[in-house]
Ligand binder design. Structure first.
Ligand code: PLP
Length: 447
């Protein structure tokens, strides 16, 4: 356990910090010098010592409409007083149906059937299970193989870490699902450094799916899952034509294509979903985060009509999908989702993201030439700034910038030595200037 004198700030904290085993955090390092956020409104957090922190990360890519939005607050307050919980197993309540209809209406094409979960990880596991059960329902039960991609992040369930392409999951947890294979990632600084938007080079990397099909045979492959833009492993924008190519190869071999839109959903790229932005219709879409503006946990899988119909062929009194969560379509989450979707529409926030994107792009690329910066990439209201790693200390430089940015009033997200910026879609141009101003000062200040 961490030992030695407790730092001064520790005594000022409202609670003992020991009990909470923090997720994806260096617990001892954090607790020695904690960064506590105590309130939030619109574009800003307030830290425990009272200093304002601009939210350059939409919390964790989720607070797309900004913090403390009255419409969502009121919807949640009303719902918790009216109907706090109702089961959705063999029972129902109106808000879950309304939320599902609203999500279906927002999704492109015939992605019209909505299964609710509570986190992106659960949505991913749900989609993978639907893919497996879909092929069984159609008499193709040999299709069990799941294909992910290197540097993919699909949450932390066993399904998600197996199709994901993050080496630490293999290092720390070992035996993942078998019957999984991976496409190569599309990140290549030599070819694509400092690209604005979609890189020209790399569509051919989708053809690797042909190699995987040739190796395993299509009759063993259930689904391919990718993030249209990989977020958590460092903002990897798909090369032009790449996603279309994946779609074509999946169609050729009867493989389901799943887009994990946990980050890209709800306006991040300037349209409701990345599938719309790129003009590629997957068979399933996973979403979470922005679905409720981060206010109440909720996630969903959008499923295309023919996939859903494959389940509807058996006896009417049989459960078509043996799957669900106690909190699937939770009333309060449903109310939060409805209010959030209203807010996105009323304020035109997806269109706003699209119209701010060029300004955001210029501001991000203006960091070119600053110390440590080796790449800048962007799409919609998301940017990745890749720093050169200190020899033998991957992540140290970006972590130090996170700490310094926080001190100077900016919340950023880092992964390895990549800084990811994804502000709420309500950001103003002068706030974009302020955000990149703080970051460039910090990059000049650190070693
Ligand atoms: N999928 C993607 C693409 C994500 O970015 C994330 C989280 O960042 C997840 C899944 C997991 O979501 P959660 O943390 O809600 O389980």
């Amino acid at each position: 356990s961490f030992s030695g004198a407790r730092p001064m700030s520790y005594a000022q904290m409202p609670n003992d910090l020991e009990a909470f085993w923090m997720p994806f955090t260096a617990n001892r390092q954090f607790k020695a010098a904690p960064r506590l956020l105590v309130s939030a409104k619109d574009m800003h957090y307030v830290a425990a010592d009272g200093h304002k922190v601009m939210d350059g990360a939409a919390g964790l890519w989720c607070v797309n409409a900004g913090h403390g939005r009255q419409k969502i607050v009121e919807a949640v307050q009303k719902q918790v007083a009216e109907l706090d919980f109702a089961p959705t197993f063999q029972m129902g309540h109106p808000k879950a149906f309304e939320a599902a209809s609203r999500v279906a209406a927002l999704l492109p094409g015939d992605l019209d059937r909505i299964f609710f979960a509570n986190s992106g990880s659960e949505a991913v596991d749900t989609a993978l299970k639907i893919a497996l059960a879909y092929h069984r329902a159609r008499g193709e039960g040999s299709r069990t193989r799941l294909i992910g991609r290197e540097r993919g992040y699909h949450g932390v369930g066993f399904g998600g870490i197996s199709v994901g392409g993050i080496v630490n999951n293999r290092k720390f947890f070992g035996g993942l699902l078998t019957g999984v294979d991976h496409l190569p990632h599309t990140h290549n600084l030599e070819k694509n450094a400092y690209t604005k938007g979609e890189p020209e080079w790399g569509a051919h990397l989708a053809d690797d799916l042909e190699r995987i099909v040739a190796l395993h045979d299509a009759s063993t492959i259930a689904a391919v899952i990718v993030e249209p833009v990989a977020g958590s492993t460092g903002v990897l924008v798909p090369p032009k034509g790449y996603l279309k190519r994946l779609r074509e190869i999946c169609d050729k071999y009867g493989i389901l294509l799943i887009f994990d839109e946990v980050i890209t959903g709800f306006g991040r790229l300037g349209s409701a979903f990345a599938s719309e932005h790129f003009g590629v219709l997957p068979d399933m879409v996973t979403m979470a985060k922005g679905l409720t503006n981060g206010v109440i946990p909720m996630a969903a899988v959008g499923v295309r009509e023919p996939v859903f119909q494959a389940f509807m062929q058996g006896p009417e009194n049989a459960m078509e999908l043996f799957h669900g969560y106690t909190y699937s379509g939770h009333p309060i989450a449903s109310a939060a989702a409805i209010a959030t979707l209203d807010l996105y529409r009323e304020e035109g926030l997806f269109e706003r993201a699209a119209s701010l994107a060029p300004y955001f792009e210029e501001a991000a690329h203006a960091l070119k030439g600053l110390p440590h910066v080796i790449d800048i990439r962007n799409i919609g209201l998301v940017a990745g700034i890749e720093l050169e790693s200190r020899p033998g200390k991957v992540g140290a430089r970006a972590y130090e910038s996170l700490v310094k940015c926080f001190e100077q009033g900016l919340l950023i997200r880092t992964t390895g030595d990549i800084i990811a910026l994804s502000p709420p879609l309500i950001i103003e141009k002068n706030q974009i200037d302020e955000l990149f101003g703080i970051l460039s000062k910090v990059l000049r200040d650190i070693d």
